[in-house]
Design a protein around this ligand. Structure first.
Ligand SMILES: Cc1cc2nc3c(=O)[nH]c(=O)nc-3n(C[C@H](O)[C@H](O)[C@H](O)COP(=O)(O)O)c2cc1C
Length: 357
């Protein structure tokens, strides 16, 4: 028997009405202090037909903020705004998890409302530039290597953010361990040059990411927790010189925690020749959500094959608030407008047309 992409899925305690997930998408529509704006409630509730909405990556602290106008979940104004968003999505019958994020070294202090540290496993500056409203493209800031007590503090902030999220009604949280941000920096073989218990061997490089996921699971229950990984993704200057053995250790260790799901992103900047979804399926027995340039046809075939439990769409959800209905009816999809991915305001955010207005 094959599984239909429109059939429900229970991922831990998260009930998805279908297997079409809205991928986490940074849209830079919060204010400078990371407070989501009312248009975000409109944007997410327009997409409440998704089986699960995963929010834009959301900081656990100002130290975890790197880009312009990205949301946080650590001040009272941010938390109040998120509660309004969650309520709006629930009122439309949707499910929503928040992606919890610390950028590590992918940051400019110009994008923050307050002074906060720029940190990484080791003092290795990120290559490339980052956009700021103040000065356009600038170099990433030089990070300092985290002290052990700072590492423990970040773990606690992840757990606190998860507790806050559940208290205001989020259906779950997704820990961001992908795309070159702090957890991925610890997993890497180039940004992590530590010689203590958090660096060197694969067990040591995976220690901090696993401590974070365990702390979040202890805080809210593992059955509400997803984790996003992107094996082989070289984005943000990440190198993993031992992908097979690294994820051969990390993914089974995550599997033992009894999480809601593992979210596997196929790399766009690729340092890996294998398909990470195939690799993950062999190493992880729980539910898997796959993302990364899937067409609706690919997604339906992948879910039907039983190799993954759900598929997340990113750009297609930006451009199609009624993506689920379009896939169901075979209607053409609107094309996303790249120029408005990260611009402030409603244009390119809440004004994509539906099939039926
Ligand atoms: C504008 C934009 C913002 C993104 N922001 C995030 C993010 O906040 N967190 C994350 O894990 N991935 C992020 N991604 C990656 C997407 O979640 C997704 O994996 C990627 O777009 C590939 O899927 P797609 O081909 O369906 O778009 C972003 C992608 C885009 C295009």
């Amino acid at each position: 028997m094959t599984t239909d992409i429109f059939s429900p899925l229970k991922a831990g305690t998260i009930d998805l009405k279908n297997r079409i997930v809205m991928a986490p998408l940074t849209r830079s529509r919060a204010d400078g202090a990371g407070v989501p704006q009312p248009i975000a409630a409109e944007y997410y509730s327009q997409r409440a037909d998704a089986g699960l909405i995963i929010t834009a990556a959301t900081q656990i602290s100002y130290e975890g903020m790197g880009y312009v106008r990205t949301p946080g979940i650590h001040t009272s104004a941010q938390i109040t705004a998120w509660k309004g968003i969650v309520d709006a999505v629930h009122a439309k019958g949707g499910r929503i998890s928040v992606q919890l994020w610390h950028v590590g070294r992918i940051a400019s202090h110009l994008n923050r409302p307050v002074d906060a540290g720029i940190v990484a496993p080791s003092a290795v500056k990120a290559p490339g530039k980052i956009f700021t409203d103040a000065n356009g493209m600038v170099d990433h800031d030089q990070p300092h290597a985290l002290e052990i007590n700072e590492i423990n503090g970040i773990t606690e902030q992840f757990a606190q953010a998860a507790k806050t999220a559940i208290a205001i009604g989020f259906d779950g949280v997704e820990v961001h361990s992908a795309n070159g941000y702090l957890l991925h920096q610890f997993l890497s073989s180039n940004v992590n040059q530590r010689s203590d218990q958090y660096g060197g061997s694969i067990e040591n490089r995976a220690r901090f990411p696993l401590e974070v996921v365990k702390a979040v699971a202890d805080a809210i229950g593992a059955s509400k927790v997803g984790v996003r990984v992107s094996p082989g993704h070289t984005f943000n200057g990440i190198e993993e010189n031992d992908i097979t053995s690294l994820y051969g250790y990390y993914l089974p260790a995550l599997d033992k925690l009894g999480l809601a799901y593992l979210h596997v992103m196929r790399p766009t900047a690729n340092g890996f020749t294998e398909d990470p979804v195939t690799m993950a399926r062999a190493l992880y027995k729980g539910a898997i959500v796959a993302a990364g340039n899937y067409t609706p046809e690919d997604a339906a075939a992948l879910v039907a094959s039983g190799r993954v439990d759900a598929v997340a769409f990113g750009r297609a959800f930006i451009a199609n608030p009624d993506l689920v209905e379009r896939i169901r009816s075979g209607a053409p999809l609107n094309e996303p407008e790249v120029a408005t991915f990260y611009t402030p305001g409603p244009k390119g955010y809440i004004d994509y047309p539906r099939l039926v207005a």
